[in-house]
Design a protein around this ligand. Structure first.
Ligand code: AKG
Ligand code: FE2
Length: 199
């Protein structure tokens, strides 16, 4: 476990929010271990959404885990949380230790390659509350991740490495959108975990 750099993460956002990139919190070998475990042991399903009244099924796969049988609604679809797996519990503990924040649920996304991404959005559902902290762990292919301010349109991006941690907190979800752009350059899978607190 590489805890180096954890107190030195600086805010990526110039104003109206706080987002910290901690870089690697796991070694390359640990990140590879979790990538394989998560690929095998998570109940991956193509994600469904109702957007502008249209029922769509995403190419990326998703899963939702949590402390109890939470139900969670986003993009007009309601999901029930599954019980934590041992790997998810270990990653939750590590993330809580580094961030000093407790989490009670986790949304997982599997992008098979660069043809799959996530469009501009913010995680501002009422069930997450205002000024929520979201801790994002990445495994597998490196991908670009971007922020865009709702009003000023100021945009910035970074590369999320395998075994890395990004924390979005404070006013981030109120003022900034984020996305995972598609790219033809990436041919390998990436798994992202976002630990969240449902209220
Ligand atoms: O895959 C990522 O890095 C972003 C995922 C995300 O924004 C989300 O799950 O809300
Ligand atoms: Fe998000």
């Amino acid at each position: 476990m590489d805890l180096f750099n954890t107190t030195e993460a600086t805010n990526l956002l110039p104003y109206d929010g706080e987002s910290y990139y901690y870089g690697h919190i796991l070694s390359a070998a640990e990140a590879q271990y979790y990538l394989e475990k998560l690929l095998d042991n998570i109940a991956w399903k193509n994600d469904e959404a109702v957007i502008f009244g249209k029922h769509i099924i995403t190419k990326r796969k998703a899963a939702w885990y949590g402390d109890t049988a939470f139900s969670y609604t986003y993009s007009n679809i309601t999901k029930q949380a599954l019980e934590w797996t041992p790997e998810l519990l270990a990653l939750k503990k590590l993330t809580e230790k580094i961030t000093g924040t407790k989490f009670n649920s986790c949304l997982l996304n599997l992008y098979h390659d660069g043809n799959e991404g996530m469009a501009w959005h913010s995680d501002d559902e009422k069930s997450l509350g205002k000024n929520t902290s979201i801790a994002s762990l990445s495994f597998g292919a490196e991908r670009k991740f971007a922020f865009r301010h709702r009003e000023t349109k100021h945009t910035l991006s970074l590369i999320l490495e395998s075994g890395s941690l990004l924390v979005m907190k404070g006013a981030t979800q109120s003022n900034w959108l984020h996305q995972l752009p598609k790219t033809t350059k990436v041919t390998r899978p990436r798994i992202n975990l976002t630990f969240r607190t449902m209220i």
